[in-house]
Design a protein around this ligand. Structure first.
Ligand code: FPP
Length: 251
């Protein structure tokens, strides 16, 4: 299994989305279709993730957000939760050094509380080691739910109002945005979901207000550079108007 290598080169001439967010769906169905355990689908999902990070860097995408473990995934059987936690541990232990060498900056969004202490430490280590990197930003949405993220922001804002630091009348769209998990990052231009399902499933609901959505009929373990390029080509056909009348090329 090759390690992640990211090159910021060979950029195509067309307009590349600055931020691509991905719902990596279909690991279980990929495995079931082959008579394999679901865990094998997740393992192959990590290989697809490595390919995708490399391809995104080569194409010139600046930020990639991946839905790695949702706040709702806790309802899965304990064995599968253990497997997914183990995959995250192995991904950080095996790939962090290479990501760092490739100038990738790792960010984490989602709720840290309630995670095993060692997972919390690994997530913090990944962020701290790569904090000064200036290449691709890899945002790992882990124990993440968009409604939970917006509720967290609302609680922070309510506390500021309680303390008298903010007036209720001054709470704007920008105020809410500033209290989200990664407020400095641009909104996703393109959200991709694999497996043929056509919904957002509580992923980046606030940030994807004007994102282009592309649904691909392939399972996540089969995702590769060609699939990413196909999604980007579809994105390039779309006319982005952000509620106005004139097409714009992004925020
Ligand atoms: C959806 O497939 C995928 C997940 C719930 C987890 C995605 C995780 C990975 C690709 C690997 C782990 C990532 C890291 C960073 C270690 P599914 O199980 O819902 O598939 P199904 O809908 O076909 O059952």
């Amino acid at each position: 299994m090759s390690e992640v290598e990211v090159q910021q080169s060979a950029k195509p001439a067309f307009e590349v989305p600055r931020h691509v967010a991905i719902i990596m769906d279909g690991n279980g169905r990929w495995a079931a279709a082959r008579g394999l355990p679901r865990a094998e689908g997740h393992r192959r999902g990590v290989e697809a993730l490595r390919r995708t990070i490399r391809a995104a860097g080569e194409i010139g995408v600046q930020v990639i957000t991946i839905f790695s473990f949702s706040a709702e995934n806790w309802s899965r059987p304990a064995t599968e939760i253990r497997e997914l936690m183990g995959l995250l541990r192995r991904f950080i232990r095996n790939d962090l050094a290479e990501l760092h060498r490739s100038n990738v900056r790792v960010r984490i969004i989602g709720e840290r509380e309630g995670l095993d202490a060692d997972i919390g430490r690994l997530l913090t280590e990944a962020e701290e080691l790569t904090r000064a990197n200036s290449g691709l930003t890899l945002v790992v949405a882990f124990n993440y739910g968009a409604r939970q993220e917006i509720a967290r922001a609302a609680r922070h804002i309510a506390k500021q109002v309680e303390r008298g630091a903010l007036k209720a009348a001054d709470v704007t769209v920008a105020t809410v945005g500033a209290f989200l998990d990664a407020p400095d990052l641009p909104d996703p231009d393109l959200v991709i979901r694999t497996s043929g399902e056509q919904r957002l499933s509580n992923f980046l609901l606030w940030q994807s207000a004007y994102s282009e959505l592309v649904f691909l009929p392939i399972y996540w373990p089969d995702f590769d550079r060609a699939a990413l390029e196909a999604a980007i080509r579809e994105y390039q056909q779309r006319e982005r108007r952000f509620g106005g009348l004139v097409a714009k090329t992004g925020s």
